[in-house]
Write a protein that binds this ligand. Sequence first.
Ligand SMILES: [Ca+2]
Ligand SMILES: [Ca+2]
Ligand SMILES: [Ca+2]
Ligand SMILES: [Ca+2]
Length: 496
Amino acid sequence: MEQRGYRALRERQPSVTYMVALIFFWSGASAQIRYSISEELKEGTVVGNIAKDLGIDLSTLKERGLRIVSGSNEPLFQLNQDDGILYVTRKIDREEVCDRITVCLINLKTVLENPLEIHYVAVEASDKGPVPLTTDKSVIVKIIDVNDNAPEIEVTSFSKAIPEDSRPGTTVALISVNDLDSGLNGKVLCSVMEDLPFTLMSSLQDNMYSVVTKLPLDREKVSQYDLTIVATDQGHPPLSSVKTISVVVSDVNDNSPEFSLSPYTFYVTENNEPGASVFCVSASDRDIDENAFISYHILRDSGEENKWASFLNLNSENGNIVLPLDREKVSQYDLTIVATDQGHPPLSSVKTISVVVSDVNDNSPEFSLSPYTFYVTENNEPGASVFCVSASDRDIDENAFISYHILRDSGEENKWASFLNLNSENGNIVALKSFDFETLKTFKFQVVATDSGIPSLSSNVTVNVFILDQNDNAPVILYPVSTNGSECSYAGSWGE
Ligand SMILES: [Ca+2]
Ligand SMILES: [Ca+2]
Ligand SMILES: [Ca+2]
Ligand SMILES: [Ca+2]
């Protein structure tokens, strides 16, 4: 402000001429007064005694009206007219007064009246500006820089997101730092926090840096970094600034889908509800978005699986499998499921799963013949096995475990069956008495085969028995008893 006042003064040429004259007037007594102060001094701090230093009689000061001519409404200094002491009237910010000129000089002009004396204060600037007028008596206040400006960090260019597969050395941001102080107070060192996979590289330009990656990144471990840049000047004490930038690590499709269970074996009961999901395959993907969107399909590369393709349905989106189950047709499915993400390029995983179909008792025993017809020669030995019935069951285990019994109801039909004994486990039938052809030529009865399922299922078969007459002729084998491969045997006699 003092300088602005001075420049305005200089433009008025008559004044300059006058001042030069005064300078000559004073050339005889030369003494340069220079005061040095720090900036940011408290208001009222004494700079020096001008009257004493100019050699002015203190007793005449007030009378002669020693004062500073100031062009500013807010002068930096004031002069006490009683004692000639110059003191600071407000905080002086070196950078405000002198911009960034290394040597900051503020020049004051003092006036004394009766007779008029003007002590013109030269303007000196370190780099440019008017050549200072040579003066014999000038009051020069030199302001020493104090470290009152922290460095400023500016991010000049910034990638908000970098792909996780970026190589170490990839540039994330460009920053510049600026410090208004001079000398070491304005010399700035920059760093980033050590524990992050980033580092600073200085550039060809002063105070410009690039933030680069120093290690490989993995979005699946850390998806965002808050990167703090610290700029510290070398003043005493040093001042610092920090700036934090958020770096988002963007996803790359570097994970294949993973099936959630291993091994994948499902146990499902047959006769399931038509159209309902039998089971569900599920895979997850550590990536995000389309790199983690999974679709499923069945790998149809074997004849066996193609056979099922017509009735097996896999929902490609949710992994639900719809499959009508009949254990008696297919008791186990071995399927290869493929889970594929939608990355570019996509990644896949395969998993072989087994579906084991559990049995339901949905089949009744089936007799090997229906009806059975047996021929028994009369005079058979009581207690000997005479014939055998056999049934099979398409289910398994308990559901196919068969026991036999003779249906003994009150009807006439089954009356003769009371002379027979049926082995409930193997279907062997023993005659408890000897039949007499003359009394009984034929009879029939019902045999029931029951499985052990819960609830159990049964079948009936009719057994027709013909008694053969015994005579002198040699016996003839009429009938091989077991037609169904049953292991039952009997020791009977056969008539012709
Ligand atoms: Ca993926
Ligand atoms: Ca990824
Ligand atoms: Ca059964
Ligand atoms: Ca069954």
